[in-house]
Ligand binder design. Sequence first.
Ligand code: GRF
Length: 223
Amino acid sequence: MALKLAVLVSGSGSNLQSIIDRIEDGSLDAEIRLVLSNKPDAYGLTRAEKHGLPTVALDHTAYASREDFDAAMVQKINASGAEVVVLAGFMRLLTPVFIDAFATIVNIHPALLPSFAGCHGQRDAAGYGVKISGATVHFVDEIMDHGPVIIQAAVPVLSGEDGDSLGARILEFEHRIYPQALQWLAQGRISLKDRHVLLAEAGIPKAALCAHGLVNPPLEDGF
Ligand code: GRF
């Protein structure tokens, strides 16, 4: 059965687009029940509408507190029937009102966590001078950019590169690893042991697991 998603966006929604594309080409067994944004003018909402997906805009500035805003989002998401909440460039801190309401919330971060958490992962990594950065898909817990890691992609930082340039190359990997992580969830292949995410291999030959050195766990066909 297709995994029922609520995707939360604040901006461009290119990660949302990658999820839509993988659903439409059949490599991701999911359905998007709702695309929700805290920014009524987010381009992510337009992308969703172009694909006939249900959207909701909840302007966070209209709420008296973070908790009130989170409660309104919880209500909309629950009404949609979504079972997994997918944060895809959603730029609001979430309170326990939201975190405690859902069994599964995932996020993508444009750095190799736990390095360079926060709102400017690409810029901070480029500014620090690391030689390798990347992207991380992780479960969300009560601490920002902290929950168990599902998949990471490593991206080399080029000499003299700024955050924008690095971020653009990281984004290409984001568009591959996020749908892949969701497909593993859809397949029921992910389990947690303490904060370690375990992936059942589903009969993939061992040789194939060594094929992609920079993405771990390795990408599978279609991603
Ligand atoms: C991505 O870099 C994501 O990792 C970060 O915000 C950005 C969102 O981009 N959390 P988009 O809206 O998916 O294009």
